[in-house]
Design a protein around this ligand. Structure first.
Ligand code: ZN
Length: 306
């Protein structure tokens, strides 16, 4: 989704404020930031609340690096849906002669990255994606629940700091029967709403409208909307702009089928996940309560800085 040009000055004012108040550190690229201790304290506070919400899930904790095998990426429909958001990792695989050529192109100011080759690795676009290959086979009765937390990458340079290219998502994933997948989603939407409300925000649950790519993507978008496969919990971040900070997704068999996952009854597994956008929740808090955390409402401070 492109930035709203009418809000350009709001975006840059918020971004400048976050940098000046020592929450984010800027880079030369829109959407790529360093985080300070002040910012990480907020992230940790939010994460503590997320983990408390998930404490009854009996979920297997899995942490992945921000990189996964391209073979896993190829089994998802991400390339069909969002080719423009992907991050592919390339590296140098040549010999001495090719290295000399690479250095020459570099010192001439040319595009040396043309001389790199794909490494067979992709940046992870959604935290749950690397979990599915681990579930190939038949699941136990009741399915599996997983707790995954890690960095995701989406190539969408933006001056709006709530739209980072690299950000963390904490997810609770269910894989099992269609009924179980829907129940997981229905359980988590109100939990997410409660968390945001407890943090002094006014969230709304809306049907998601993802920016699927191209002409084929318009069909996928209609399918997602009409099937109500994905909800987002949105909060106001700028005058007239709601930003999605949590998503609750029902994938049907989009992962069960390609990864050959079966529920205990032998049917193709269905899955669902809830994803907490950690940076976005932190930024929504800062947008809602201001950049001086010392004067945030006491009830919010108690939750974030217990
Ligand atoms: Zn997910």
């Amino acid at each position: 989704m492109p930035d709203n040009p009418e809000l350009a000055s709001e975006y840059s004012a918020f971004r400048d404020g976050l940098v000046d108040a020592d929450f984010l550190v800027r880079s030369d690229i829109d959407g790529l930031y360093g985080r300070t201790d002040k910012f990480e304290d907020i992230i940790e506070g939010i994460d503590r609340l997320v983990v408390e919400l998930g404490s009854d899930q009996n979920a297997k904790v899995l942490r992945f690096p921000p990189v996964m095998p391209t073979t896993v990426f190829e089994k998802t429909d991400y390339l069909a849906s969002f080719p423009d958001l992907t991050g592919s990792i390339h590296t140098f695989t040549g010999n001495d002669k090719a290295h000399a050529q690479l250095l020459q192109v570099h010192s001439d100011g040319g595009d040396w990255t043309d001389l790199l080759d794909p490494s067979g690795e992709m940046l992870i676009p959604a935290a749950c994606h690397p979990t599915y290959p681990l579930l190939t086979g038949t699941l136990p009765e009741g399915g599996r629940k997983l707790d995954v937390y890690g960095y995701c990458f989406r190539h969408e340079p933006s001056i709006d700091p709530t739209r980072m290219q690299a950000f963390r998502m904490h997810e609770y994933v269910y894989v099992g029967t269609p009924e179980g997948a829907l129940a997981h989603r229905e359980q988590w939407a109100p939990r997410g709403l409660k968390l945001l409300t407890d943090l002094g925000m006014t969230p709304e649950k809306v049907v998601a409208n993802d920016p699927f790519f191209g002409r084929a993507g318009r069909m996928l978008a209609v399918n997602q909307r009409d099937g109500e496969l994905k909800y987002e919990l949105v909060v106001q971040t700028y005058p007239g702009q709601m930003t999605a900070v949590v998503s609750v997704n029902y994938h049907e068999d989009h992962f069960g089928k390609p990864f050959n996952i079966k529920s205990a009854d032998g049917a193709v597994a269905h899955s669902s996940c809830v994803g907490f956008g950690m940076e976005r929740i932190a930024l929504a808090l800062l947008a809602t309560h201001g950049l001086d955390t010392a004067i945030w409402p006491e009830s919010v401070r108690e939750l974030i800085y217990p």
